[in-house]
Design a protein around this ligand. Structure first.
Ligand SMILES: [Zn+2]
Ligand SMILES: [Zn+2]
Length: 216
């Protein structure tokens, strides 16, 4: 650091970087290594660079571990499972109340077609689908339930997204208990869309920070 507070490189004498971060030196060392793979100085240079590069976790941004060995992500996963296990009985209760499930007849809220429910995207269902008592606020702002249904007149399949509130008005003919048989582990919260919560390219989501998942 010079008196003016700017960094000057001892290799190329330009300002704005030091010797360790010098692009000229970096290029020269790369060339030396290309000419001679055993070039001692070049090897030392790159080894030092590698040592200097601190490992940070792509999930929690802490140093010294990676995503695979991150204890924060492990705790967050446990937290999510608990959270889903609490929320999902509310969803199931609502399904039972309105008669929604596989085998139910629903009226398409846009065209008015009558459709037979074939499949529900169970893994997508979270606390965000539960209105009021779970704290998502107004019923109408709850997340939409994704499901697939077949138009009874021509057998055409459609993907639907409706809130529980919309579904309550759309069910024409309810299903029985069998139509609400969720996959094993769903009620316990162990089945969820991995990519929605822990996508490899995403860092820790605000949901976990906000709920202070680590303290539980
Ligand atoms: Zn330089
Ligand atoms: Zn981490």
């Amino acid at each position: 650091m010079s008196w003016s507070g700017t960094v000057r490189c001892t290799n190329c004498y330009k300002t704005g970087h030091n010797r360790r971060g010098c692009p000229v030196l970096h290029e020269r060392m790369k060339e030396r290594l290309a000419q001679d793979a055993d070039d001692y100085r070049a090897k030392e240079y790159f080894a030092a660079k590698a040592r200097g590069k601190k490992r940070t976790c792509s999930y929690c941004s802490n140093e010294g571990h990676n995503r695979r060995t991150c204890t924060v992500i492990q705790k967050d996963k446990t937290f999510l499972v608990d959270h889903l296990a609490t929320a999902r009985p509310h969803i199931m209760q609502k399904f039972a109340e309105i008669g929604f499930g596989i085998g139910a007849l629903v009226r398409d809220d846009h065209w008015g077609y009558v459709c037979l429910v074939e499949n529900i995207d169970w893994a997508e269902l979270t606390h965000d689908h539960v209105p009021d008592e779970m704290g998502t606020g107004d019923y109408n702002y709850a997340k939409r339930v994704p499901f697939v249904a077949r138009k009874i007149t021509d057998g055409q399949r459609y993907s639907f997204n409706m809130t529980l509130n919309e579904l309550a008005k759309s069910v024409l003919s309810p299903t029985n208990k069998d139509g609400r048989r969720a996959p094993q582990g769903w009620s316990q919260g162990t089945i969820y869309e991995e990519g929605n919560w822990f996508d490899r390219s995403d860092s820790r989501s605000y949901f976990f920070v906000e709920n202070n998942a680590l303290s539980s």
